[in-house]
Design a protein around this ligand. Structure first.
Ligand code: PLP
Length: 384
């Protein structure tokens, strides 16, 4: 039989998801077929998987600088955000029903807020500046006596814009309001340390940092009480009942250990790929491209680029067999609406329609960047 070698396209969509790191896969494998005991069982096989979960908790805590007891494992970024936001809202009904968030949050935050509105919560959705950054003083001005939670993401998934979470956390502490941050895109890419940031709640997502899809964690600062999303057994101290996903918990722990160990190396790989890409495109296309946001105030791997007079979907489909990028920012599927992130930045429809998100990762190699620049530029020229 003739085996046809399929050429792999250049993957530049690491903000959508990442491949599982080989070291992570190796760490989780024994828990797939050998160590299968239920961590709640008192015999040896159960104690072994319990120990694996607790080691993983230490690894996650090590990445974000907290105590292992402050980590709850979840099914991913979406669940962590739901638990943090709905949990904080329902636990503080006596104080009030007002929440502050930003217009650039992921749907896993915005739609929880929309859900809470059905229960009488009032939500303030803050706009950003032209770089997609929330101004802490606007957050402070929005605080009311009945504000129970502020939730502002650490870094945006579409533009990579890094938010002033340290300042926002400090305001929320001063005003005695809980602060949650969605760090799904930042953990593993930039320093995400709760001892420095001081949020009350922080979400992370495994599949954005080379662990499998369907695993995440929620940091809950010691002493902070939030309501459960689910009710059942006493796993995760009763805060997240259900038999633990041991295989993926082990994977997340390993991924966090690697992210901490290789932070500087990976940061430099991602940033030099981002710099090479932007420089290469700028050199060939000049004024025909514009960066949404500020190069240095964004994640080391993320570029949100608007191609003048180009439809981003057409461009992505033209290059789709060779280079994988995201057009999610241009237009939300089917609705015809431009992305709420670009809207919050006051970006016009034409620019939004021409916007592509390019995100590099720790496996991005220089030759892939050269190739991607060439392929994208050729496609742009053809589309003119
Ligand atoms: C900023 C942000 N928050 C939350 C999520 C959701 O995470 P998950 O896919 O693990 O549910 C994502 C995923 O794209 C994200 O980018």
């Amino acid at each position: 039989m003739k085996i046809t070698k399929i050429k792999q396209p250049v993957y530049l969509d690491y903000n959508a998801t990442t491949p599982v790191d080989r070291e992570v896969a190796e760490a989780m494998l024994p828990y797939v077929h050998t160590h299968f005991g239920n961590p709640s069982s008192s015999y040896f096989a159960g104690r072994l998987t319990r120990q694996a979960i607790e080691s993983s908790r230490e690894q996650v805590a090590g990445l974000i600088g907290c105590r292992p007891s402050e980590i709850v494992f979840t099914s991913g970024g979406t669940e962590s955000n739901n638990h943090a936001i709905a949990g904080a809202a329902f636990a503080n009904l006596k104080k009030g029903k007002h929440i502050i968030t930003s217009a650039i949050e992921h749907p896993a935050v915005i739609n929880v807020c929309r859900y809470l509105e059905l229960f009488g919560f009032e939500v303030t959705y803050l706009a950003t500046d032209e770089n997609g950054v929330v101004n802490p003083s606007i957050v402070e001005d929005a605080i009311r006596p009945d504000t129970v939670l502020i939730t502002v993401m650490h870094a945006n998934n579409e533009t990579g814009a890094i938010q002033p979470v340290n300042e926002i956390a400090s305001i929320s502490r001063r005003k005695n309001v809980l602060f949650h941050t969605d760090a799904a895109q930042s953990a593993g890419k930039i320093i995400t340390n709760v001892a420095v940031m001081q949020p009350d709640l922080l979400s992370i997502a495994g599949h954005k940092m080379y662990a499998p899809k369907g695993i995440g964690a929620l940091y809950i600062r010691d002493g902070v009480r939030i309501q459960n999303l689910m009710y059942g057994g006493d796993q995760e101290k009763g805060m997240r009942p259900g038999t633990e996903n041991v295989v993926h918990i082990v994977a997340l722990g390993k991924a966090c250990e690697i992210a901490a160990r290789d932070h500087d190396k990976n940061h430099s790989i991602m940033l030099s790929a981002k710099t090479g890409l932007f420089g290469g495109l700028k050199k060939k296309l000049g004024g025909r491209i514009r960066l949404n946001g500020d190069f240095s105030g964004t994640l080391p791997n993320t570029l949100s680029i608007a191609f003048e007079n180009i439809n981003a979907r057409k461009l992505a489909s033209q290059i789709g067999k060779e280079v994988l990028v995201s057009t999610g920012a241009a237009c939300h599927s089917g609705t015809g609406e431009i992305s709420s992130v670009l809207k919050a930045m006051n970006i016009d429809r034409k620019t939004a329609d021409g916007t592509v998100r390019i995100s590099t990762g720790k496996y991005t190699r220089p030759y892939e960047i050269d190739l991607a620049v060439e392929i994208i530029c050729n496609a742009v020229m053809q589309l003119y």
